[in-house]
Write a protein that binds this ligand. Structure first.
Ligand SMILES: Nc1ncnc2c1ncn2[C@@H]1O[C@H](COP(=O)(O)OP(=O)(O)O)[C@@H](O)[C@H]1O
Ligand SMILES: [Mg+2]
Length: 270
């Protein structure tokens, strides 16, 4: 993390309540946070703790019931479609289910072309676009020539997530939000995909908000860890603070769920 810490994304009192009356669920409950430029932040919590709901608010896909989001120190304004599109140049996401992230009627080259267009490359010569797409694919060890004319559902889950990383390679957002990006991927591709994701983040200096239920993994990749329990951030700090000196019983329970915290995710071998 850089020393001169500049706020990239922050929130105050951010809250999301679903439903009414007895059906009411407080999915996210008055969370405060400040994520810095170039920082790798993990949000760790059990299933149902509110991680995805928070992610959707940060992305502007759902509106908070209460509270504010600040982008680069300014109150975020996504009050119309044009402003939302502008905001999405700065923040992009990779979700858990790779198949849900694509329009199934779009061929893969169209998916990648869209990214180039979004970055203002609409008028580039065709050969240049192909060069950029080829470069993005090779970054994630995919062959662009083999992907053109294919549909997303013709790829494996691992290939789909790699394609997602290729999209991010082209889009180069300031912030990447990765919501359990490897939890639906088979174990043997998981480390490879994670390695590619980390390389991209470190190379570009983007801020990564990494959502996971795996505290062992968070320990390896993060500058800062936020622990989420029933919609609240109950603890935060450096990985050593949170994992070696946990203050909350909930955090200790998450730690005990990771039997081999120092072995399971040795990314140095990727
Ligand atoms: N669209 C929705 N309508 C009603 N309840 C929801 C909705 N989305 C999430 N929830 C509820 O909010 C809580 C947090 O869910 P979620 O954010 O998906 O947690 P996580 O990603 O940590 O597993 C859960 O109790 C879930 O059932
Ligand atoms: Mg989730």
């Amino acid at each position: 993390m850089p020393d001169d810490k500049k706020s990239c994304l922050s929130g105050s009192g951010l809250t999301k309540i679903f439903g009414l009356g007895r059906q009411k669920t407080v999915a996210v409950d008055h969370v405060d946070f400040n994520f810095y430029e170039g920082e790798i932040v993990s949000i760790v919590g059990e299933s149902g703790s509110g991680k995805t709901t928070l992610a959707k608010m940060l992305l502007g896909l759902i509106n908070p019931t209460e509270g504010e989001v600040y982008f680069q120190g300014q109150k975020r304004d996504i009050s119309n479609q044009k402003k939302k599109k502008e905001y999405w140049k700065s923040i992009q996401a990779i979700f858990q289910d790779p198949y849900s992230s694509y329009n199934i009627f779009n061929k893969i080259d169209a998916v990648l072309l869209d990214c180039i267009n979004m970055r203002g490359g609409r008028n580039l010569p065709h050969a240049k676009k192909v060069e950029l797409m080829t470069e993005a694919c090779s970054f994630v060890s995919l062959k662009f020539e083999e992907l053109t004319n294919k549909y997303p559902f013709e790829l494996s889950g691992g290939q789909m997530q790699r394609l997602m990383i290729a999209r991010i390679f082209l889009l180069k957002p300031k912030i990447l939000l990765a919501d359990e990006p490897t939890s639906m991927i088979d174990a043997c591709s998981r480390a490879t995909i994670l390695g590619m994701l980390m390389n991209l983040v470190l190379e570009t200096g983007m801020t990564l908000i990494f959502i996971t239920h795996d505290l062992g993994l968070a320990y390896y990749v993060s500058d800062t860890i936020y622990i989420m329990e029933r919609g609240k951030f109950v603890e935060s700090g450096s990985p050593d603070e949170v994992i070696l000196q946990p203050k909350e019983a909930y955090t200790r329970r998450l730690i005990s769920d990771v039997p081999k915290i120092h072995e399971e995710w040795d990314l140095s071998t990727v």
